[in-house]
Design a protein around this ligand. Structure first.
Ligand SMILES: Cc1cc2nc3c(=O)[nH]c(=O)nc-3n(C[C@H](O)[C@H](O)[C@H](O)COP(=O)(O)OP(=O)(O)OC[C@H]3O[C@@H](n4cnc5c(N)ncnc54)[C@H](O)[C@@H]3O)c2cc1C
Length: 429
């Protein structure tokens, strides 16, 4: 089935081709999970404390004091002042951008200061048109819409970054040319090929462990406008996406599969690749053609989607990379998913009573996929990790890489101040 879905085509528009069928197949298993909260400052006299910090910050900065202190910074100097202030008072701190991070290790952040970048959303395109200076507070949607209006496109990310354009341009982190970084001691450096190149390397895959990025120089691309259909193999423009879902109107006993073929291109070029799926007799078929920024809304992954982006819900992901699919394993995953969803919701739930069952079933599904792939090792994408994966499972098993990451950690964050998001671990791990 996977082989048959090789597709092609491209242009300015992206197309989604959806087929709902009653057979099993999946790439990633999205399930659900708790969102960490920042804790209280406890016994500290926090009003006095924050008036002391407030005097040091720029006029544009704001300190929001509700239950938890949030410093909305206005420039890099504000970040440095806040980090030094937190260090002087032995308080933990955490940079916050889109608040989409859901890994369970974020829950270890208690009684600290949130450093918010909501005021830093600049998009400044260089006259060459090859890169832009970006503020760290931009959401994906803001960046995509802002660039699209200027005839450009890209996505934004530390820690890897999978996106619809990855087949064409690489991972999102591959686009970072330079990062301004505030380190754990409050000092500031520029990481680029010329200055602190190893820090730049580490930021791309393990960015949350090393510092706070206050500005990015980021590669951007002209909007795609030409058809560049390829006939050989799976083209870079294609993403195949499978969802298991409950649709009692189609099948009251078992989960169905929604298969999405998302490609930059022309619907006519897709027909031959869709043919094997259509031959299965899908329950429904839908063709949608939209410009790139609209793709997120169509896929219900933009700000307007309550289920995916809404606050106050439990969501977990259990990612695994696979070298190959195994249909027996996929059937097993479908069986577990069907059993699990007989009584529980599956994505974005509010009742924590569901957690244990859902987490256990999701882990079983992931393990079935790993076992079926013939690999004995789990390879988990760090930005989707649940939080109990080991550092090699998230960052790779090659000893040289873990050693290099840990040496850099010792150099740039020797006290482990950036250990809340998928920590790379101690030298002994
Ligand atoms: C609905 C949804 C869809 C997603 N889709 C995708 C997808 O398509 N592709 C993909 O690759 N990932 C995807 N993710 C995963 C997402 O990339 C990660 O959760 C990412 O960490 C979110 O970043 P954020 O800035 O929104 O999160 P936050 O919760 O604000 O931050 C997450 C972590 O990054 C750190 N951080 C924040 N700002 C900075 C900074 N300026 N400098 C250094 N560290 C910082 C924080 O301290 C924290 O540790 C998705 C997540 C969700 C919830």
């Amino acid at each position: 089935m996977h082989e048959a879905a090789k597709v092609a085509a491209t242009m300015i528009l992206h197309c989604i081709f959806s087929v709902v069928v009653g057979v099993a197949s999946a790439l990633i298993l999205p399930t659900l999970g708790p969102r960490p909260e920042l804790g209280y400052l406890g016994a500290l006299d926090s009003d006095d404390l924050f008036s002391e910090l407030g005097k040091q910050l720029s006029p544009g900065a704001t300190i929001i004091r509700r239950d938890n202190p949030v410093v909305e910074v206005d420039d890099e100097d504000d970040v440095q002042k806040t980090v030094c202030f937190a260090n002087n008072h032995s308080l933990p701190f955490l940079a916050i951008d889109g608040s989409h991070g859901f890994i369970s290790t974020l829950g270890r952040m208690q009684g600290g200061i949130a450093i918010s970048f909501m005021k830093l959303k600049q998009i400044k395109i260089n006259p060459s048109g090859d890169y832009a200076d970006l503020g760290p507070g931009l959401t994906n949607g803001e960046l995509i819409r802002g660039l699209w209006a200027e005839g450009k496109q890209t996505g934004i990310m530390l820690g890897g970054g999978h996106g619809y354009l990855q087949g064409l341009f690489g991972l999102l982190a591959d686009q970072i040319l330079e990062a301004h970084v505030v380190l754990a001691d409050g000092s500031s450096v520029i990481a680029s090929q010329k200055s602190h190149p190893n820090l730049l390397w580490a930021l791309k895959g393990a960015g949350h462990n090393f510092g706070i990025v206050t500005r990015l120089k980021y590669r951007i691309y002209d909007r795609l406008s030409n058809n560049f259909l390829r006939e050989d193999g799976q083209p870079p423009q294609l993403i195949n996406w499978y969802n298991f879902m409950r649709r009692p109107d189609i099948d009251s006993n078992s989960a169905v599969i929604q298969m999405r073929m998302i490609y930059a291109g022309d619907l006519s070029g897709l027909e031959q690749y869709a043919a094997p799926f259509l031959a299965l007799g899908p329950a429904s078929v839908e063709n949608v053609t939209v410009p790139y920024p609209e793709l997120f809304r169509i896929n219900r992954s933009d700000e307007s989607s309550q289920v995916v982006c809404g606050k106050g819900m439990y969501r977990h992901l259990f990612p695994t990379y696979l070298k190959r699919h195994n249909t027996t394993a996929l059937r097993e995953v479908h069986r577990i998913f069907t059993d699990m969803t007989t009584n529980s919701p599956v994505w974005g739930y509010t009742n924590p009573a569901y957690s244990n069952d859902i987490i256990a079933a999701s882990k079983a599904m992931r393990q079935a996929m790993v076992d079926g792939s013939g690999s004995e090792q789990l390879h988990a994408y760090v930005n989707y990790a649940f939080g109990d994966e080991s550092p090699p499972e998230m960052y790779g098993y090659a000893p040289w890489r873990m050693q290099k990451l840990r040496e850099l950690k010792k150099k740039y964050d020797p006290k482990g101040r950036f250990n809340f998001y998928a920590p790379i671990g101690k030298p002994s791990d």
